[in-house]
Design a protein around this ligand. Sequence first.
Ligand code: PLZ
Length: 448
Amino acid sequence: MFAASVVPQERRILTAIPGPRSQQLMARKKSVVADGVATALPIFAASAGGGILEDVDGNRLIDLGSGLGVTVVGNAAEAVVRRLSAQATRFTHTAFSVTPYEGYIEVCEALAELTPGDHAKKSALFNSGAEAVENAVKIARAYTKRQAVVVFDHGYHGRTNLTMALTAKNMPYKHGFGPFAPEVYRVPVAYGYRWPTGAENAGPEAAAQAIDQISKQVGAENVAAIIIEPVLGEGGVIEPAKGFLPAIRQFAADNGIVFVADEIQSGFCRTGQWFACEDEGIVPDLITTAKGIAGGLPLAAVTGCAEIMDAAHAGGLGGTYGGNPVACAGALGAIETMKEFDLNARAKRIEAIMKARLGAMAEKFDIIGDVRGRGAMIAIELVKDRATKEPNPEGASALAAACHQKGALVLVTGTYGNVLRLLPPLVIGEDLLNEGLDVLHEALDGHV
Ligand code: PLZ
């Protein structure tokens, strides 16, 4: 049994979506929660576990979103609950920078063991993905004594001021919130489906363009860090075409630039490997993690070469809550679950099921322009016309809404808002996963 939660693993729709209790709560939300904090679904959660999320009206939805890719081990995973409960009864907070505790060390030891490369590694723990990315930039700047940071088209790195600058998409992430941090430069990424000369050329051509722009417009000797998601999540589950990541990684190594893999969404078994950059044998200098690391608790990390990590002066990295003891206990429980149930193998099995089913749907429904992704990070890109590849954001929203009504929770993403992504918890049962895909199939039937 994966989950401490007792939610029955079956889809059940008892009321209209949203039901009356969710509607009441939504009315209360409207009066006290800032409108900027929007929700993708108008239903309120009551409990969740395995592959099911139950709402306050008793509806049970198949979870194909994992709370934005977080609950790799499912909600309320048994080992997470056991460990964090034990920790919470001992102490909930001391501040690691005041009175340290063992759990923090254990998480850093696990990160050193699990991240790519067998060199000496160190970590620093934080609360959110954005905070981890900001700190990776601080560390890279301290190490290189350089300022420029290079990021990519379609990249997403967070919502704080520096990470808004690093994030590509204006709406909803940046609009009206500038000015943004300086010394951030954006270059092309190998987006195979939309590469003008075809997917087969995307890897080398995009790498050449990116390297040319960095060299000519920024100057490699000014660049502290190159930051990239090995699979770009919010940008539309874009796997950079083969060869792209190794070429950029090599360029960074040749020019003394810190190569940062942002594995906040793609890490911790999500793509069928501990980290997605392993797919092409990449060993990053620094790696940022969050989301899947702690089974839903707020925890994030920067991990990397000890020499680079040690470049920041004592007291230069920190924060009141970073590496909170309860969150660390959650992380140790999540990692225990990943190992015990071999969740990398589960992710690969989920990929096989989803790719086969979505491939068949793509043959039937012209609205599907592309099926892509790895492991349990899979997406379909929706288009108005397969020849022009004109994005179809309306189709994506309508499909997602239809899935929600029928009891499958899916997420819409992508620079053009036209990508439907499926990020199920890795502990989802195969019957439930197939049923979720049946729902998507029915929704496609109703909308094209
Ligand atoms: N880097 C690669 O995916 C968070 C954001 C959703 P935080 N992605 C989901 C939203 O609308 O806010 C993310 C990511 C990558 C960084 C982050 C930022 O992580 O924990 O949300 O700060």
